[in-house]
Design a protein around this ligand. Structure first.
Ligand code: BV8
Length: 235
């Protein structure tokens, strides 16, 4: 693939999914061996599952926090951080990932629409706090006089993703939309490319290991490992 003349674009929105972190050793969700083939998502990634069995949900996220503590960003995250450095204020990364590999690579204009594994939130007062240590059912909120308990600061199925207004605004105004390492199965993120097309302003690109569910909606597509195709695309 030839590199793109990225100088043509002034408002770049990049949507990332689990595939960008796969080569950093963090499992994806729906691939063969993906997380959702090992656990039932209704049990561990819904508010109902947490109400039924909070201990099991904490175990699931504690194991993923442990993976995160060891994980290093890869060449794809690094390429996006360089892109932002070269186009200050013009690149917004919207990630569905709860890992922290974009910030580790140096990306600063970043929205974590599905929350962050390295944070916890009080079930009572909703205060959000940095928390990369394990959580359990006795983890108390330090800010509401220790009456509330903590939950992972992640968006579960049936909950509203974060910062949707800012995302929708960026999507409607962008002139380049690039989707990286996502299967295009979880809404509302899976609907972003259609929204970009409705706005009619942007070139649309899919970079993934294989065609996603919505691949035919992208004007340009490249397939291969993110660590290879993302640097090739942005440089
Ligand atoms: C909402 C966070 C509104 C925590 C996650 C029909 C029935 C029932 C429900 C729905 C429905 N239609 C829509 C819904 C709603 C639902 C939904 O979309 N369900 C789907 C499954 C049908 N969505 C929601 O509930 C969302 N909220 O709609 O709110 C609302 C609210 C209240 C009341 C009314 C309305 C909330 C969704 C958030 C879910 N949270 N998890 C956690 O991580 O534990 S989702 C989970 O999937 C992950 O977070 C992940 O980010 C997300 C997307 O997955 P991907 O990142 O795409 O990963 P995946 O494994 O699927 O794909 C990986 C891709 O990478 C593959 O294509 C693969 O080929 C590629 N790849 C692999 N290796 C590489 C690679 N690419 C490049 N290089 C490689 N090396």
């Amino acid at each position: 693939m030839r590199g793109h003349d990225m100088a043509r674009y002034q408002r770049i929105v990049i949507l990332t999914g689990a595939g960008i972190s796969a080569e950093s050793g963090l499992g994806t969700f729906r691939d063969k061996d993906g997380l959702w083939t090992k656990v039932n998502l209704e049990d561990v990634a819904t508010p109902q599952g947490f109400r039924r069995n909070p201990g099991m949900v904490h175990d699931f996220y504690n194991a993923r926090r442990q993976g995160l503590r060891a994980a290093k960003h890869n060449a794809a995250h690094a390429a996006l951080a360089r892109l932002e450095a070269e186009h200050p204020g013009q690149v917004l990364v919207v990630t569905q990932n709860v890992d922290n590999l974009h910030e580790q690579a140096g990306t600063t204009r970043l929205i974590h629409m599905h929350g962050e594994l390295a944070k916890a939130r009080c079930t009572d007062c909703t205060q959000i706090m940095a928390h990369l240590d394990d959580l359990d059912t006795r983890s108390l909120c330090p800010s509401c006089a220790a009456t509330g308990t903590l939950r992972p600061h992640v968006v579960w199925f049936g909950e509203m993703p974060l910062e949707m207004e800012a995302i929708e605004e960026a999507i409607e105004a962008c002139d380049l939309f690039v989707s990286i390492g996502t299967s295009g199965t979880v809404y509302p993120a899976a609907g972003f490319v259609a929204a970009v097309r409705r706005a009619g302003l942007a070139h649309t690109v899919e970079l993934n290991l294989e065609p996603s569910d919505g691949h035919s909606l992208f004007a340009e597509r490249h397939y291969g490992p993110a660590s290879v195709i993302v640097p090739a695309f942005v440089e």
